[in-house]
Design a protein around this ligand. Structure first.
Ligand SMILES: [Zn+2]
Ligand SMILES: [Zn+2]
Length: 291
């Protein structure tokens, strides 16, 4: 049993076989997926909610038929959703987008706010804007009583974004008691430790399986097992042996295999442990058919 705690399922790369892809995930033992709702930025912030809603209605809405390939796939992992503006699109955020986010955050399928944070690698938005949009969304997540999903990527050979990100979380968020997830963790153990001390879960992705990713494996070997999650970040970052291909939630089993190797447990145990961590962190019933 596995949970993919971070996947982007709404994009064009899944348009031709979204239903089959989700069926493959179920077949591979993926019980639930946290669908990230950043979309392409403002204008698409309801994308993950829509997917989760379609699933609940059983048969896809007719006008959405083309999003699913063949209609009606009852055998799918349960979908939960997030909403938020990614640091890449921070520069596009308008007042009306924040108003929309506040409304979307009340949807029963939404269990977290994100992914939000800082990306100094691409710098698609100016850093001061990224910080402002990050802080504003932390305030909104507090009001909505939702944990946050953090995206943090420093510039090359630097820890700049980690220091800024963790400082902002300390100043603006740690008092909320709501915690969050450092998604696709690529930092060092001291970064993980700072976040753990502020109530965060650490989520590892397929890049943990890459030969050069020793720093990530070193951190994954130390994070207390009850604070670890696993994810695919689909359609990006496919793990070995699928590296270079489109990633999909079924491949989260490979992340579990790598985590298991590092921690001396089986792939299945790593899956079960991280699934239980997910349910506990979000206070979700383990065998709910819906929420
Ligand atoms: Zn990310
Ligand atoms: Zn992501």
């Amino acid at each position: 049993m596995y949970i993919d705690s971070h996947a982007h399922l709404e994009g064009k790369r899944f348009d031709s076989d979204r239903g089959e892809m989700l069926a493959r995930a179920k077949e591979a033992g993926i019980e639930a997926i946290l669908a990230i709702g950043i979309g392409d930025g403002p204008g698409t912030l309801d994308c993950a909610i829509k997917l989760a809603e379609q699933q609940d209605s059983g048969i896809p809405h007719l006008e959405k038929h083309e999003m699913w390939g063949t209609p009606s796939f009852p055998q799918q992992p349960r979908l939960y959703a997030t909403v938020g503006i990614h640091p890449h699109e921070a520069g596009l955020a308008k007042e009306s987008d924040y108003e929309e986010l506040a409304k979307l955050a009340e949807h029963p399928k939404v269990i977290a706010w994100g992914e939000i944070g800082l990306d100094y690698y691409y710098d698609h938005s100016p850093r001061d804007v990224q910080k402002n949009v990050f802080v504003r969304q932390m305030e909104m997540a507090k009001t909505a009583k939702l944990p946050i999903v953090i995206h943090c990527r420093p510039s090359d050979n630097s820890e700049d974004a980690w220091d800024d990100c963790l400082d902002l979380i300390r100043d603006q968020w740690s008092g909320s008691g709501l915690g969050g997830i450092l998604h696709c963790f690529t930092g060092t153990w001291p970064h993980a430790k700072r976040a753990l001390d502020m109530g965060f879960m650490i989520s590892f992705a397929g890049n943990m399986t890459f030969p050069k990713a020793q720093q990530i494996r070193d951190a994954a070997a130390q994070v207390p097992l009850e604070r670890v999650l696993i994810e695919t970040d689909s359609p990006f970052l496919a793990p070995v042996p699928h590296r270079g291909k489109r990633n999909e939630p079924a491949f989260v089993a490979e992340v579990a295999r790598q985590l298991g190797e590092l921690r001396g447990v089986s792939q299945e145990e790593a899956g079960l442990l991280t699934a239980q961590n997910f349910y506990r962190f979000f206070s979700l019933p383990e065998n709910a058919n819906s929420i």
